[in-house]
Design a protein around this ligand. Structure first.
Ligand SMILES: COc1cccc(N2C=Cc3cc(S(N)(=O)=O)sc3S2(=O)=O)c1
Ligand SMILES: [Zn+2]
Length: 259
């Protein structure tokens, strides 16, 4: 049927027809205003990725996803606003078209070129990722902004693998990648309660947005746009770009800032 996407016929403004929660009270992304209340009780976020390694990279028809083995507590985040450790499950990106920005969250109305999402789930409170992804405290997503500048020395590993997952439904081995190398120098962050930014739009996410962007080159971003929304067998060739949802109403939510 009319599967959701980012086009005119199936884009973010129409998602509410199949996913009414799209008009809910804690939807993401949001715009981060210039002034955010500083909460001294908010400790640092800790990313324990030391023994973390990736398994595969795939194209799910909406983004490029790097998947992790989440069968133990090897790679977790804890601290900050989180009551429990959350296990890393996958990371993926959202980006724009040639010369236009594609982040999902915005800062004082400004977009970045792209946004990286590191998706973690609460294996202390929930028995599976699928349960956690639909539960109020189930997920913690770390958002990292990408701005265009110099080449990112480690992003090459990911962009070089993209030709292997050009089409929707493709997946290939991608072992030994540690996302610690994608973190900016500072782990200062904003945090608020929100949702998945794509269908099913579950309101299950504690968002942790790092304030500092990382720099990637236009050339590296260009390789993201070689990916396709469509499958190899489809005659339509749709370049994967502008796969971002615009900011949603804050609806009275509080956004807190770490130090
Ligand atoms: C039962 O719920 C499930 C089961 C399997 C996968 C998903 N997901 C779908 C979308 C989605 C969007 C994310 S974003 N852009 O906010 O970081 S994270 C994420 S997901 O949790 O992987 C949900
Ligand atoms: Zn995302």
């Amino acid at each position: 049927g009319n599967h959701w996407g980012y086009g005119k016929e199936n884009g973010p403004d129409l998602w509410h027809t199949h996913y009414p929660v799209a008009q809910g009270s804690r939807q993401s992304p949001i715009d981060i205003p210039r002034q955010v209340s500083h909460d001294p009780s908010l400790g640092p976020i800790v990313l324990d990725y030391d023994h973390c390694t990736s398994i595969s990279i795939s194209n799910n028809g909406h983004s490029v996803v790097v998947n992790f083995d989440d069968t133990d507590e090897r790679s977790v985040i804890h601290g900050g606003p989180l009551e429990n450790p959350y296990r890393l499950k996958q990371f993926h990106f959202h980006w724009g078209g040639k010369g236009c920005d594609g982040s999902e969250h915005t800062v004082a109305g400004n977009s970045y070129a792209s946004e990286l999402h590191l998706v973690h789930w609460n294996a202390v409170k929930y028995t599976s990722f699928d349960h956690a992804a639909a539960a109020p405290e189930g997920l913690a997503v770390v958002g990292i902004f990408l701005e265009t500048g110099d080449d990112h020395r480690w992003l090459h590993t990911i962009t070089d693998a993209m030709y292997m997952v050009k089409y929707k439904g493709s997946i290939t081995d991608f072992k030994g990648f540690n996302p610690k190398c994608l973190l900016p120098s500072s782990l200062h962050y904003w945090t608020y309660l929100g949702s998945l930014t794509t269908p099913p739009l579950h309101e299950s996410v504690t968002w942790i947005l790092l304030k500092d962007p990382i720099a990637v080159s236009e050339k590296q971003l260009g390789k993201f746009r070689l990916l396709q929304f469509t499958g190899e067998e489809e005659d339509q060739r749709l370049r994967m770009e502008n796969n971002f949802r615009p900011p949603q109403p804050l609806k009275g939510r509080r956004i807190r800032s770490s130090n």
